[in-house]
Write a protein that binds this ligand. Structure first.
Ligand SMILES: *Cc1c(COP(=O)(O)O)cnc(C)c1O
Length: 401
């Protein structure tokens, strides 16, 4: 058996099969490239679902992490530490908001948003106890906890995990009328992704996010934007909401916030909203730890240069132009997305998304399928044009068969 086969067999024997990874075993990585245990180089066109926006082994981020490793890594929130205030201040500034509640994973940020919106609903809006409702969109992806999968419409994510958490109303994504009709006096929040990633990089119709903003403002409802995957440069802006000139009441951040080094997530909002918390009401042992803050501070500084957003815009224009040429030629049905982020619907006759991903892997390009015959392309924002073009060449070769 090859080193690769051995490693995979061993992983299958001793880990739960809650994933179906491509048969590649990565040993090292740098920039947009990963080298496997047999020394083969693969172009990373997934970037850890945007967790690796700044590429593998980014010098600035590794140096920031290493320096912090030598100082202090964890205090718990029982004590203050000297990176915390800076992290919260800088992140709030980046978001144009006032307060930050740090957590670790994206799902925890979503959980925190749900708890925050409910508490705000009872304490500030005056919703009767136990009656708060949150409106979400069909085909959403917000994480894997029991509450979060309670409002998933994906049977795979949801089946056999009940009983489910009540208090959520599901409406079709992109449909303002349905959202308006679902709103009641007890609605405390709308929680949506400004672009739905897992659903296949679905960009809502023009005016939708602005419409949600207007509707939520009118009805005294919080607009929660889950920018865990879409935020922090991926779409060519710091936040995907900016494409419609929209500022939500709350940003949920994760993935790229930890620079591909450590898990860092956060809820960022106004003092009126995050000010509802009193000591003891919510928390996390690792949330806002010194190592996380040090890495995230470097991420924020990098985003403040605007360089990554610009790369995503320029390379993204190129990516979408090239992918657009494939549509209608018999191999590609549709392409969606913004910036360096694309969902590509392959003609089902050519194979499932998984099969296309496997064929791309044989050509040393790593992507991830989503439902049906859709693949997602989201390389690190540090990828250069030559490598991106090479990746696109491999896609064209796979589609030619
Ligand atoms: C990945 C993701 C999450 C969950 O993040 P985890 O860190 O995996 O818990 C939530 N929302 C969106 C939009 C995501 O892409």
């Amino acid at each position: 058996m090859s080193t690769t086969d051995n490693a995979i067999a061993s992983a299958e024997a001793h880990s739960a099969h809650n994933y179906h990874p491509l048969p590649v075993v990565v040993a090292t990585a740098e920039g947009a490239w990963m080298t496997d245990v047999e020394g083969r180089r693969h172009l990373d066109m997934l970037a850890g679902y945007s967790a690796l926006n700044f590429g593998h082994g980014n010098r600035r981020l590794i140096d920031a992490a290493r320096a912090q490793l030598e100082r202090v890594t964890l205090t718990s929130r029982a004590f203050h530490h000297d990176r915390f205030a800076d992290f919260c201040t800088r992140l709030a500034e980046l978001c144009g908001m006032e307060m930050v509640l740090p957590m670790n994973t994206g799902a925890e940020a979503v959980e925190t948003a749900v708890k925050t919106a409910r508490k705000w609903g009872y304490r500030v809006k005056g919703v009767p106890d136990g009656m708060a409702k949150i409106i979400v969109a069909a085909d959403n992806f917000h994480g894997r906890t029991t509450t979060v999968i309670s409002f998933s419409t994906d049977p795979e994510a949801r089946a056999d995990f009940g009983p489910y958490t009540p208090g959520f109303e599901i409406v079709p994504y992109g449909d303002l009328t349905a959202m308006r009709e679902a709103m009641t006096e007890n609605t405390v929040a709308v929680l949506i992704e400004p672009i739905q990633g897992e659903a296949g990089v679905l960009v809502p119709p023009p005016g939708y996010l602005a419409g949600v903003r207007e509707l939520t403002r009118e009805r005294d409802v919080l607009f929660i934007a889950d920018e865990i995957q879409s935020g922090l440069g991926r779409t060519g802006k710091t936040f995907a909401c900016e494409h419609e000139g929209v500022v939500p009441d709350m940003y949920l951040l994760g993935k790229a916030l930890g620079g591909g080094v450590v898990p860092v997530s956060a809820v960022v909002s106004s003092a009126a909203v995050l000010g509802v918390y009193r000591p003891g009401e919510h928390g996390s042992t690792f949330g806002g730890n010194p190592l996380a803050c040090a890495v995230a501070l470097e991420v924020i500084a990098m985003l403040n240069t605007g360089e990554y957003q610009q790369r995503a815009t320029e390379l993204g224009d190129h990516l979408h132009q090239e992918l657009g040429l494939l549509v209608g030629g018999g191999a590609v049905r549709a392409v969606r997305g913004r910036g360096l982020w694309a969902g590509v619907d392959i003609e089902p006759a050519l194979g499932t998304g998984r099969e296309i991903s496997e064929r791309l892997m044989e050509r040393r390009v790593l992507v991830k399928d989503t439902h049906g015959s859709t693949i997602r392309i989201a390389p690190p924002l540090v990828i250069n044009k030559e490598d991106l073009d090479w990746g696109l060449d491999q896609l064209r070769a796979v589609l030619r068969g």
